[in-house]
Design a binder for this molecule. Structure first.
Ligand code: ADP
Ligand code: MG
Length: 388
């Protein structure tokens, strides 16, 4: 592997984009647009989202006014909609791995700039809701401080200047195409973290495309490596999810030796959108049976090219029968890897079994084992409830 890896130039500084890279702005954008377009009797279908991701506010507004044939000027649109956005800034969640990355680089003395097409004032307001972010950046630069926004390299060149470093010593981390283009034009290394799913192929000009910030390997760029991985797993802030087991796609995962107890993705679309696709593990409670080790994937399952983001827990235990309809509670405590496409079903199955073994072993570590007793799981068990 290592021998075939392209040699990347080492960097000393990191320049981060904000919306879609560190912050899950998309959810808020859809929410506000839905409401706003509703006033004009129009329906936001989310399809135009690629036209606004990474654009300057003016460009984004222009394309929406045009595409939806709104009876207002672009300026009126901006004046009208801006307060609706600022009201929502406090609700924008950090993307998976964002706080971890900022803390890690800052803790190792790597100097960072935040460079976003949005105005400086909005940047400051948005990050004020995230503890420790503002102080971590040596430079914060808004689209209103340069002549031209991304895809022009201007904002990144200005960031390097203010960091007092050569552009070639900077690594840009970006979710949008205009941002990637800008970073390359500035002569910087660029890692793309696409925020629109299944679009990785479009990012070929980036030096590296990763699925989420959880997958960043700073050492590839000469930056200090993360030290929080243990035994092939990354501890995450646990999250909990549950519902009745439903029938899945019927593609025979049971036949393949990997039964996955599907949960209805509709009921969790918000929580699923907040988590990166990939392979995770944790504990699973079934009301009449007990608590079991569990490995699961969330995402689109590239091998089958699903159109919907699903969640598919595999309980690491041999059950003799199906348990459709039974209530299933999950505590997700760790991350293993991003979703990947596989050349064959055999390699996919082998990988899932590897994931299962890694999970099985990791869940015995005290840091993960303790969640077996999470009240969210325990409270589901019938025996426990009968005793109390
Ligand atoms: P589906 O089409 O419902 O997804 P699968 O082939 O994926 O079917 O099998 C999943 C079903 O098998 C689950 O809904 C559950 O009832 C049952 N099952 C049996 N053993 C397990 C297990 N170890 N983990 C998850 N589900 C299991
Ligand atoms: Mg299934």
């Amino acid at each position: 592997m290592a021998a075939t890896m392209p040699l990347r130039s080492f960097v000393s500084h990191v320049v981060l984009d904000l919306d879609g890279t560190l912050l899950n702005t998309d959810g808020i954008v859809s929410e506000v647009l839905k409401k706003f377009l509703g006033k004009y009797g129009k329906q936001w279908d989310g399809r135009g989202v690629h036209k606004i991701v990474g654009k300057t506010p003016l460009e984004a507004a222009t394309s929406i006014v045009e595409d939806y044939g709104l009876p207002c000027t672009t300026n009126e649109f901006i004046l009208d909609i801006s307060p609706m956005f600022s009201d929502q800034w406090c609700n924008i969640k950090a993307l998976p791995g964002a706080s971890r990355l900022i803390k890690h680089l800052n803790g190792h003395g790597v100097r960072m700039a935040l460079a976003s097409n949005s105005p400086k004032e909005s940047i400051e307001a948005k990050i004020s809701h995230h503890h420790g972010w503002k102080e971590s950046f040596s430079v914060i630069i808004g689209g209103d401080e340069v002549g031209m926004g991304k895809p022009s390299p201007e904002i990144f060149l200005e960031a390097a200047k203010r960091l007092n470093v050569e552009p070639s010593k900077c690594l840009v981390i970006e979710d949008s195409l205009p941002g990637v283009t800008a970073g390359k034009a500035a002569g910087m290394g660029v890692v793309a973290v696409p925020s629109v799913p299944k679009q990785a192929a479009l990012y070929s000009s980036a030096d590296e495309v990763i699925n989420s910030l959880l997958d960043l390997q700073p050492e590839k760029w000469g930056l200090p490596p993360f030290q929080d991985w243990i035994e092939g797993t990354l501890p995450i802030e646990p999250w909990y999810i549950g519902g009745p087991v439903i029938k899945g796609f019927g593609r025979g995962s049971k036949v393949l030796g990997i039964p996955t107890a599907n949960l209805s993705a509709d009921s969790f679309s918000v929580i699923l959108s907040e988590h990166a696709s990939g392979v995770y593990f944790g504990w699973a409670a079934l009301s009449t049976r007990g608590i079991f080790k569990m490995v699961m994937s969330i995402g689109w399952n590239p091998y089958f090219d699903n159109t919907e983001k699903t969640i598919e827990p595999w309980l690491l235990h041999d059950f003799n029968e199906d348990f459709y309809g039974e209530e299933l509670h999950l505590a997700i405590v760790g991350y293993i890897r991003p979703e990947a496409n596989f050349p064959s079903l055999e390699t996919l199955i082998a990988k899932i079994h590897d994931d299962g073994k890694i999970s099985e072993k990791a869940l015995d570590l005290p840091m993960y084992a303790s969640y077996k007793d999470a009240p969210y799981l325990r409270s589901l068990l019938q025996q426990d409830n009968n005793h109390s």
